[in-house]
Design a protein around this ligand. Structure first.
Ligand code: PLP
Length: 404
């Protein structure tokens, strides 16, 4: 019996989680696997944040809290938006949820009607289109290829907007490409949006603190104050503070939207974990200097991985501005056959054969809506990255032309 609802049947499970699970299973079965598929920092949560969580337990912060966050955390989030982004929000304009994921999901659930369109630049974070589908909307993927540095152009945005467009989901630096939008690039997009007053902006700033080579992060409502009243600025502590398991994300936006999101949360999960909220408060109010130190470590790893991948036969890897991913093209590998006999006719086949034959777990590009590519997460040790790159190089060197 198929117990799935019609809505659920339109949705696919997260391919990144599926790949990480597959790698873990193979490892548990004794295979020598290097997993570069997970989207989380390999650092520990800093000690002062862990201590704050322990103190929160001892102080009795173990009960239900206000549905969308304790006032102390909301005030700290207002301070963060002012300090880092020049954005003024009041606590009534702040929503705190169980990870950035729930924040985005709540916003879509709260606002989409059947037939409403959501413009999503591709490649995209895997959850955006499926969240839109779960909320009853229609995802409109706009291909943003390697030739535009994986960035949405103003022309492509203009062409994608229809009278049914409700949201643009914007993500910089990006998962899966690491591409970041400089202020001028972003201004060109916000100029388009100014002309379409029915389109709102959901900006996912999760990788704000992970940028390299002096890249200056900026966010839509800051670049174009004229969009402030129709922008939801989403962020969280998961990636910057190595707190993926704590599940705290947040957003600032117009009060009626925040109230609508609160209503969804009040009838689904209620408050995010009370202890995690106090830990997030310590993260946002505590020392921030380690953020730059950790970004420097990621920058060094990015340089290593990009150089090594570009030396592989058939692979071309652009240099990203941020996050901890690279998104190389495998156009030069297509049409070949692997040493183990797998025809490489898609990026899914490439990733599958790479895992089977060399034990390297990456995520194929079709999962992110743009082929032929794969995503490498370089949130791993130098030794693991070097080992993985050796194996990828060997795999590519072993690809043979198919007999005519
Ligand atoms: C672009 C992007 N947005 C949101 C999230 C979700 O973050 P969280 O773990 O806080 O739910 C992720 C996590 O992978 C992400 O990559």
């Amino acid at each position: 019996m198929d117990i799935a609802s019609a809505t659920l049947r339109r949705v696919k499970p997260s391919p990144t989680i599926a790949m990480s699970n597959r790698a873990a299973e193979l490892k548990a079965a004794g295979r020598d696997i290097v997993a570069l598929s997970a989207g989380e920092p390999d650092f520990d949560t800093p000690e002062h944040i862990r201590e704050a969580a322990k103190a929160a337990i001892d102080a009795g912060h173990t009960r239900y809290t206000a549905v969308d966050g304790v006032p102390e955390l909301k005030r700290a989030i207002c301070d963060k938006f002012r300090r880092d982004n020049g954005l003024d929000y009041t606590p009534a304009q702040i929503s705190v949820g169980t990870g950035g994921k729930q924040i985005l999901y709540n916003a879509l659930m709260a606002t989409l009607n059947p037939g409403d369109e959501v413009v999503i630049p591709a490649p995209y974070w895997v959850s955006y289109p499926d969240m839109v589908l779960l909320a009853g909307g229609t995802p409109v993927a706009v291909p943003c290829g390697i030739e535009t540095g994986f960035r949405l152009t103003p022309e492509a945005l203009e062409a994608a907007i229809t009278p049914r467009t409700r949201w643009l989901i914007f993500n910089s630096p990006s998962n899966p490409t690491g591409a970041g939008y400089a202020r001028d690039d972003l201004k060109a997009l916000t100029d388009v949006l100014l002309r379409h007053s029915h389109v709102w902006v959901m900006t996912d700033d999760m990788y704000e603190h992970l940028s390299f080579d002096g890249f200056a992060f900026c966010t839509p409502a800051e670049v174009e104050p004229g969009l402030y009243d129709r922008t939801l600025t989403c962020n969280g502590v998961s990636k910057a503070y190595a707190m993926t398991g704590w599940r705290i994300g947040y957003a600032g936006g117009p009060e009626p939207l925040i109230a609508a999101m609160r209503k969804i949360q009040s009838q689904s999960t209620s408050n995010p974990c009370s202890i995690s909220q106090w830990a997030a408060l310590a993260a946002l109010e505590g020392p921030q200097d380690f953020l730059a130190e950790r970004a420097a470590v990621f920058q060094r790893r990015r340089d290593l991985v990009v150089a090594r991948l570009n030396a592989c036969d058939g692979i071309s890897c652009p240099m990203p501005e941020g996050a901890f991913y690279v998104y190389p093209s495998i156009a030069g590998c297509l049409g070949k056959i692997s040493r183990g006999g797998t025809p490489i006719d898609s990026d899914a086949a490439f990733a599958e054969a790479l895992l089977d034959e060399e034990g390297v777990a990456v995520v194929f590009g079709a999962a992110f809506g743009l082929s032929p590519h794969f995503r490498v997460s370089y949130a791993a040790s130098d030794a693991a990255l070097t080992d993985a790159c050796d194996r990828i190089a060997r795999f590519c060197a072993g690809l043979k032309a198919r007999a005519a």
